[in-house]
Design a protein around this ligand. Structure first.
Ligand SMILES: Cc1ncc(COP(=O)(O)O)c(C=O)c1O
Length: 361
């Protein structure tokens, strides 16, 4: 039995008619940018998260740049960011005028820690981008206790929880991506900034609209970065299902554990108090370069996401001078994503585990 790396199709199947109906209504409405659907989605998502403000933007990368600027980050500042993440977590920093400073992660959780952040702090540090990688939840409270504002990059963690709160509500602000493969994935690009801070929200609203409140006075050099009406309307159809899908992702992780996956490879560890809605299920093994192709040959989806960590990417060379990140380098070499979706069932998990056992034999 083949098991794909994702299954984005099955969860959406029962919603196709409702999605088509909402899409048709938006097309007929004549309002496509910053209209009632964006306002409605912002209110729905804020209520879901238990946050005061959601500001819809064009994608999760712009969300980080805009949120950092709204938090006061600018030229001459430094922003600490893990290197073991999607490139955009760091790429979004230089457009603010600040410099990214790379920190290491805990190899068992994939997340940065208060210790790894402390090692990267300087008097110029203005913020930390704490990435909730693969759906695990970064220890935001411990990092904030170092005295530096935290932007939670929750692009991969919609539906995750930690300590009774939802991922995306833990720092001074947070960002989401609604890229189609995400836990809450739309039908094109989309993103959001989340915050309880009125001033950050107001600034983010201006920055997404050319630095203007009213299309008359332009107070800042901003961006054209809006969530569009179509995406917002479709995301409103999906949002009520996010918790159910997240439970499905948690169940899939349990199926793997019960099928004995931990006997063969290192399993991801939730951070203290976290209840991750795993976006990707990432295992570690010293010989993943052999394991990956062996799984592919028997129809099991697999992918190494970040073989070259961000601080070793050519464009980041000016910011990575001398960075020594041993856990990041080890993770980059040993991680492998295996199938994960809201509908991955017990039999599929058993199939994947037996393929892994066979591949190692
Ligand atoms: C951790 C992380 N941060 C930021 C982003 C950027 O989001 P987007 O692709 O919507 O720009 C992504 C996803 O693509 C991501 O996985």
């Amino acid at each position: 039995m083949a098991v794909g790396l994702f299954d984005t199709e099955t969860p959406l199947r029962p919603l196709r008619a409702a999605l088509a109906e909402r899409a048709a209504a938006v097309l007929a409405s004549g309002r496509y940018v910053l209209g009632p659907e964006v306002e409605g989605f912002e209110a729905d998502f804020a209520a879901h998260l238990g946050a005061r403000h959601v500001v819809g933007v064009a994608n999760g990368t712009d969300a980080i740049t805009i949120a950092l600027r709204a938090m006061g980050v600018g030229p001459g500042d430094e922003v600490v960011v893990p290197s073991f993440t999607f490139y955009a977590s760091a790429e979004a920093i230089p457009p603010t005028g600040a410099l990214p400073v790379f920190c290491d992660v805990d190899p068992d959780t994939f997340c940065l820690t208060a210790e790894t952040v402390r090692a990267a702090l300087t008097p110029r540090t203005k913020a930390v981008v704490a990435v909730d990688l693969f759906g695990n939840v970064a220890p935001v409270e411990e990092i904030a206790a170092l005295g530096v504002p935290v932007l939670e990059d929750a692009a991969q963690a919609a539906g995750s929880r930690a300590g009774g709160l939802r991922a995306g509500t833990l720092g001074a602000a947070a960002t989401f991506s609604f890229f189609p493969s995400k836990n809450l994935g739309g039908f094109g690009d989309g993103g959001a900034i989340v915050t309880d801070d009125d001033a950050i929200a107001e600034m983010a609203r201006m920055l997404r609209f050319h630095g203007s409140r009213d299309k008359v006075d332009y107070e800042l050099v901003g961006y054209n970065s809006r969530l569009d009406e179509l995406q917002a309307a479709l995301l409103r159809v999906l949002l009520p299902h996010l918790d159910g899908w997240s439970d499905g992702r948690r169940a899939a992780a349990r199926h793997y554990a019960e099928a004995g996956l931990g006997d063969y490879v290192a399993l991801p560890r939730p951070t203290e108090g976290a209840d991750p809605a795993w976006h990707l299920y990432v295992i570690r093994h010293p010989y993943v370069d052999r394991l990956g192709p062996a799984l592919e040959r028997v129809g099991i989806g697999q992918k190494a996401y970040y073989r070259t960590p961000v601080h070793r990417q050519p464009a980041m060379a000016p910011f990575a001078d001398g960075a020594e990140l041993p856990a990041t380098d080890e993770l980059a070499a040993t991680h492998l994503a295996i199938p994960m979706s809201p509908v991955l069932d017990r039999l599929q998990a058993i199939e994947v585990v037996s393929a892994i056992r066979g591949a190692r034999a």
